[in-house]
Structures are given as C-alpha cells and as structure tokens.
Design a protein around this ligand. Sequence first.
Ligand code: SAM
Length: 285
Amino acid sequence: MKLDKHWFTEICEEGGSAFSLKIRGKLHEERTPYQTIAIYETEDFGNLMVIDGFIMLSSRDNFLYHEMMAHPALFTHDRPRRVLIIGGGDCGTLREVLRHAEVEQVWQVEIDERVTRLAETYFPELCEANDDPRAHFHFGDGIQWVRDAAAEHYDVIIVDSTDPIGPAEGLFTEPFYRDCHRALAPGGVLVQQSESPLYHLDIIRGMRRAMAGAGFDDQLTLTFPQCVYPSGWWTATMAGKGRSLTRFREDDAARRPFPTRYYNEATHRAALAQPPFLSEALARE
Ligand code: SAM
C-alpha cells in the first residue's frame, strides 16, 4: 500500500497492478485484535473501508458485490428460510438478504465487531436493516460457528470474507466446507466471494476442489464487475448440496418486490455464462 497526500493506492503484487482513489482525507484508523481498519473519504467514491491495506468497499460501488453475494444464491434456493452469513461485518450483504420476505432468520457471524461498529458510523445505509427482528449478530470466528452448528440447520450459507490470509485463511479449506455441507439442509446453497477471475484462478480452483472434496455436488463460479477490487472483475463461487446451480427462480427474480441496482434475472443469467478461459481453467481440475 502506498499513500500520498491525495491518493490511496492498493498494490496487487500478484496481478502486477495497482488501483488508486483520490481521497479528501483519512476519517479513522484503528488496530483491532484481528486487523487494522481504516476509513477514508474519497473525492468520487464516497467513503472507503480498508482492512490491512486492502480495499473492502466504497459507498459508490458496493452494490455490485453485495447484490451478487446475496441474490443469485437466494433465488437459486427453492425457499430460503434460514441464512448464515460468515464475515460480512459491513452489513451490506445482510441488508440484501433481508429484502427476501421468505427469509425467516439470518445469523451473521463476524469475527471483528469493530467492522460493524465502524460501518454503522461511516456506511449507515448498509446498516439500515440491522434492527430487523430476523437478524441475529454474533461476533466470533465463523469457522468455529459452523463446526458447532446443528446438522441441516441452514438453507443458504454466504461467506463474505476477507482474502484467504489471516483470520479468513481457514474459510477456504476443505474441513470448513465439510462443516458447511453438514450444516446445510438438503438442497442448500453455499456461496463465497472467490477473488478475481483474472488474477486468482489458483484460489478459485483450490476452493472448488475443496468444495467437491467436502461432498458438494455442483459448483458454479459467477463473474461480475467490481472496480475497486484488483483487476476490476470479481467472482462468487456457489456450491450446491444435492442440487444443480444453473436453474434459478427466474420468475420470482423478475417479479422481486424490492429495488436492486445491478441484480435482475438477466444479470443473473449472464453471470452463469462461463467465459472460455475460465471454463477451460476450471475443467483442468
Ligand atoms: N467484500 C469484502 C472483500 O472481499 O474485500 C469483504 C468484506 S467484509 C468487511 C469481510 C469480513 O470478514 C471482515 O470484516 C473480517 O473481519 C471478516 N472475517 C475474516 N475472517 C473471519 C472469520 N474467520 N470469521 C468471521 N469473520 C471473518
């Protein structure tokens, strides 16, 4: 990370690239027991949250990521009633999940309570559903939570984590996916942020291998734009327990009674399309 007076820059060594945002100033920085969290005010992207030097989200473009972490998985499931979010402390994914009326309970398990408290201050729009009585907050390790979970308890598990280093490393491993598989009811869906399709194919391949090893029947990697992340292009990988992932409730998605800015039934269908370089790389497994 390089920072001069007017720019925040995140360097992506493995991609040989960098991304910069023009900033007005730093609003906050603190070291928690888990990580260093910084908040900046930018010129054109609203507020920016950075953890350990890596951009987590900006006010301007987080809708792309949060909508694609929530809606494809929820519209793939036949009737998602019980949802678990691991990580996701900024609460943007939670807000999208709570838009689904058939969801009865959502548990959010975030290791670092400070991420949520800072989101309440600097990204209040993402936290506007936090008082929904269906939402339950637990601040602790998501790996342990899933290890302790009752069998077949959840319909959808969303892993909205940081990159596979530090406290999030274990969220990309076969033992964790085995616990998720056990905690999902038959027909359940797991979805996890899976980094850049251009820079991180090894991570995506490793995740899918681990998900298959854990017993998931089908995996599908969705791509979508996300300009503040390395390469500007991102993925979410879904895994199904006893179900296919290419069919979804298209009519319900088309008639959704809530606003979205990126997700609709057409962008969902488009995200299912696999570019040749991706399907060829994944087929080599
Ligand atoms: N969209 C973001 C991205 O991909 O850059 C991720 C946003 S969200 C802020 C990620 C959250 O995962 C962080 O708040 C972090 O504290 C949390 N996290 C990391 N490891 C975790 C674990 N083992 N259990 C629960 N939460 C974890």
